[in-house]
Design a protein around this ligand. Structure first.
Ligand code: PHE
Ligand code: NA
Length: 502
């Protein structure tokens, strides 16, 4: 079966692929700002606690599911207990949605890498981004989906590259991409951090990021932010880690690998914090304001604040190329992992070749992505989809699956036994306690808080129907499609029993 499904050639390739998925836009543009907003240096404490009590244990759970049951997310769940297959398809649906907009951000980064060379954004990067570049429609003035050619070409390039990678298969496509891209990413980013540290004002930026605000620890929102960042950042609960671990040889130390992946991701995150805040410190000093006035995260940081820094900094063009190249490399390896969840699941369930499944899965996603995101409403759609799928997709499916596995199936002892066969970190009662009580409780609290906030007012002040369609609608559609696919029969040569662990 391994020959048909595909496999990583070694533990090293698996670890690099897992790091490739984990290290993404979340490290570069999400972590620095989340840390800054939530207590700065003091954030390290809740962050580390979240990593050790929830992130790594949850990573172990995903590894145990995929490595023991040797299947994509739906197959691994089905092999745990037939009635839980749906949970896997729910994750598959979430990944299909994320792929639609993740590609757009990589496409934008490609254009901006070239823009950096001659600072094509001129003197007002903010106006340029929404105006000349995206021709973004003001959603309150009526929604339009007019064609914007400037985004079309890079978006097509992203999809052609990614579809080629996916068609090459698990080792030659997914594995090789990370084996090549992750070291390049590390080199590019270290070079960027060195440049940024040399900028005047860098120390101010680092002080702003790392000065601890200990009173933040009393704020539950800070703890929620720490756990949220860890789950997103480690790519857990998406089905990605289940899928990847099903491609690893049976006698592999999965728990030791998990620690490597977890600490590599967090280490890179810290490096991103240093690089980003050094640059923001420069920016603040150059414009004579406080770091807090220029600090931002997400799209604003990458496509507005960084262009401004690139325009003013010595060797700004180099900083720009390194920064956007890092976004592209980090984003591509994550996009590949998201698509692999879908392709792997489709191939486990239906009889299809690798290339056939790639076409059936990636082409429709690419078409929707290109149609939606080369329009004047790209920015609005992206913001809504990202917000809803993160909260009511990933968080919800994570809570439900942990509760089902721990309480309905009582499967944790068997999964722990599996991890301990070849694992170097002994998994014992502490793990069972964390996965069955602590982690789901924390996740449920975060989820309830998010639900309350979102129900209180229309998200982002966008038109109601847009939030209904691209937010709630998409989140619900994923569930409905998941149920329908669950009802379809498995290909006859995929047994739903756990393969013998020889
Ligand atoms: N873990 C990735 C990051 O930190 C994000 C990601 C989300 C990756 C979804 C894959 C799927 O950016
Ligand atoms: Na990450």
């Amino acid at each position: 079966e391994a020959a048909r499904r595909g496999a990583f050639s070694s533990r090293r390739v698996f670890i690099l692929a897992a790091i490739g998925s984990a290290v993404g836009l979340g490290n570069i543009w999400r972590f620095p700002y989340v840390a800054y907003e939530n207590g700065g240096g003091a954030f390290i404490l809740p962050y580390l606690i979240a990593l050790l009590t929830a992130g790594i244990p949850f990573l172990f759970l995903d590894y145990a599911l995929g490595h023991r049951n040797r299947g994509s997310a739906p197959l691994s769940f089905a092999r745990l207990r037939k009635g839980t297959e749906f949970l896997g398809w729910w994750q598959v649906g979430i990944c299909a949605i994320i792929a639609i907009y993740y590609a757009a951000i990589i496409g934008w980064s490609m254009r901006y890498m070239f823009f950096s060379v001659d600072k094509a954004w001129g003197s007002d990067p903010e106006k340029f981004f929404g105006g000349e570049f995206l021709s973004a429609a003001d959603p309150s003035a009526g929604v339009t989906f007019d064609f914007v050619p400037g985004i079309l070409v890079p978006l097509l390039v992203v999809w052609v590259v990614v579809i080629a990678i996916m068609a090459l298969g698990v080792q030659k496509g997914v594995g090789a991409t990370s084996v090549i891209f992750i070291p390049v990413l590390l080199l590019a980013f270290v070079a960027l951090v060195v440049q940024a540290l040399l900028l005047p004002g860098a120390t101010e930026g680092l002080n702003a990021l790392f000065t601890p605000n200990w009173s933040a620890l009393k704020d539950t929102a800070v703890w929620a932010a720490a756990f949220g960042q860890i789950f997103f950042s480690l790519s857990i609960g998406f089905g990605i880690m289940i899928t990847y671990s099903s491609y690893v040889g049976r006698r592999t130390d999965m728990t030791g690998s998990g620690l490597v992946v977890g600490f590599a991701n967090s280490g890179f995150e810290l490096l991103c914090g240093i690089g980003v805040f050094s640059a923001l410190g420069f920016m603040a000093q150059a414009s004579g304001v406080q770091v807090g006035d220029v600090a931002s995260g997400g799209i604003g940081l990458a496509f507005i604040a960084f262009p401004a820094i690139i325009s003013q900094a010595p060797a700004g063009g180099l900083i720009g190329v390194l920064f956007f190249a890092s976004l592209i490399l980090a984003g591509l390896t994550s996009l590949v992992s998201i698509l692999e969840v879908v392709i792997s699941a489709v191939r486990d369930k239906f009889e299809m070749s690798r290339v056939g499944a790639t076409a059936v899965v990636a082409l429709p996603i690419a078409v929707v992505s290109v149609l939606l995101f080369s329009t004047t409403s790209a920015l609005t759609v992206l913001d809504i989809m990202d917000n809803f799928i993160n909260k009511f997709g990933i968080l919800l499916v994570a809570v439900v699956s942990m509760l089902v596995i721990a309480w309905a199936l009582r499967a944790l002892p068997a999964l722990a036994r599996h991890l301990n066969r070849y694992g170097s970190i002994p998994v014992r009662g502490w793990w069972v306690a964390l996965i069955s009580v602590v982690t789901p409780a924390v996740l449920a609290l975060i989820l309830v808080k998010e639900l309350r906030d979102t129900a209180a007012e229309t998200y982002g002040g966008y038109p109601d129907w847009m939030v209904a369609v691209f937010g709630w609608g998409v989140a619900a559609a994923v569930v409905v499609v998941g149920v329908l696919v669950t009802l379809v029969r498995w290909r006859p040569d995929t047994p739903l029993t756990v393969p013998e662990d020889e």
